[in-house]
Design a protein around this ligand. Sequence first.
Ligand code: ZN
Length: 251
Amino acid sequence: MFAVRAPHLNDLRFYNEQGAMRKKTIIQCAVCTMMIWLYALAGFCTAYASGSVLIDPGHGGSDKGVELTKRDSEADFTLDVARKIKANLARKKAIKVILTRSDDRDLSIEERKKIVSGSGADLFVSLHINAGFGITSSGYEIYFRGFEQKGQITPDSDNVVDDMIQTRYLNDSIRFSNLVEKEMGKIFARQGRGLRGAPLAILDGLKMPAILIELGFATNHKNKEILLEKSVKDRIAGALSKSIEEYLESK
Ligand SMILES: [Zn+2]
């Protein structure tokens, strides 16, 4: 049998303390959950890359470019790398990849530039393989359009705005080049030939950050060996995809 007794003052204190503890635990859990959500949201916001990139595989069709072997040309090499970049970045739904050519065809510089100007892309990357300058020349090179001084500019002139925009494109091109340099350095160790401002026809007048990358020298024995490695196209495409993603993330 159970004896029924009136609740003692100590019992009430015990129940009150228990209730307060339960409330405290619920509040603590809610705060923890909120912090986890905020942390996840912050991570989502900072690691979110979005935008569009235009990849230009050099040469094509009757213009094979530099010859690596009788069967391996610059035109095919750059096309394969461009396709791999597109496949890599297709996993990132918010990044759109456009190619100036997605098959083996003739495409003039004018036609390429028409595609670029109609694309509205955030970034332009032209892919090539180097040759010449003697057999000792080796490594990758990154070119961007340099900033040409236009002489005296009046403060109210449209040139000021124009120059500010061009300077922004130049700064962004250099920022992107630095990311590419870091990643390409893993493939061509200590063989980066630096960043070069140059008035290249394909880059001239583009209204976006733009670079041309020479992926190594077909005329250098060691570079050629690297360029003919089975995994090298995947590695180059991986390096460029990562640089593009990092660039778009930091925009
Ligand atoms: Zn080329």
